[in-house]
Design a protein around this ligand. Structure first.
Ligand code: ADP
Length: 235
């Protein structure tokens, strides 16, 4: 296990666990003294911190798999609307003050991806868009057919990313230091996993950040099930 992994694990696991233990102990010890609203607030924190732990564990398992074995992806022809809508709902649950706009072009063809992994990709991007932008700002998710590819864009109006960090953010454990990044939690693994998964599924990911707007774009080739099967057989 490398040093980065250990230091991330110890910090990222300890913080939510301490919070879960603290709030559950307070509730157990002072149950009769707490009003319903306070109990609900504490339970909400416990729920949020548990979700954070689940995400982190999923990300760590993914990194481990990316490093050790060639992951088996289960390709299915998938409708992007059905993949993205549930992800927006989950992110909205935690980041409820942002405005979410989903511009799905109905002409966008289905893509051949591992649905579960593609949801993990979309979760990382949409959650980042919310994490690194202020409350009440808008997050736009756009799909379209561009030439021979399906384009999926996640656009936010947040803190932005300097050009010299465009490559760095996709590397393992990298976080760009600024006051907001210090405030929001993260392991620096999300975009590393995202890029790896996108590329495994023959796609590309890029970022552009200017004039207060940050856009992550994924391009996925439009392929039929037959094309895909042929490509895999000839590998
Ligand atoms: P994490 O969010 O856990 O730190 P990621 O790998 O998802 O890790 O992102 C790496 C870094 O890239 C973040 O720490 C942040 O500095 C930067 N970043 C990612 N998405 C955005 C965004 N939408 N706007 C501004 N900065 C971002």
């Amino acid at each position: 296990m490398d040093k980065d992994f250990l230091s991330t694990v110890s910090h990222e696991l300890r913080t939510p666990l301490t919070s879960i233990r603290g709030f559950s102990q307070t509730m157990l010890n002072s149950w009769d003294k707490l009003d319903d609203e306070t109990k609900k607030k504490f339970l909400k924190i416990i729920e949020e911190q548990s979700n954070r732990l689940i995400n982190l564990v999923e990300n760590m398992l993914s990194v481990n798999k990316l490093q050790t074995e060639k992951e088996n992806l289960i390709y299915k022809e998938s409708n992007l609307k059905l993949i993205i809508e549930p992800v927006i709902s989950v992110v909205k649950n935690t980041y409820s003050t942002h405005k979410y706009v989903f511009e799905h072009n109905e002409n966008t063809p289905n893509i051949l991806v591992d649905r579960y992994k593609f949801q993990q990709i979309m979760m990382n991007l949409i959650e980042n868009a919310a994490k690194y932008s202020d409350e009440h700002t808008t997050i736009t998710i756009k799909t379209a057919l561009v030439g021979e590819n399906v384009s999926i864009k996640v656009i936010d109006n947040g803190i932005g990313i300097a050009k010299e960090n465009y490559d760095k953010i996709f590397t393992k454990f990298s976080r760009i230091d600024n006051p907001l990044t210090r405030k929001v939690q993260g392991s620096g693994l999300g975009l590393y996993i995202t890029k790896n998964l996108v590329e495994k599924m023959d796609g590309k990911i890029s970022v552009q950040s200017e004039n207060g707007q940050t856009t992550f774009e994924i391009l996925m080739p439009v392929k039929s099930v037959e094309d895909q099967a042929r490509a895999r057989c000839s590998q």
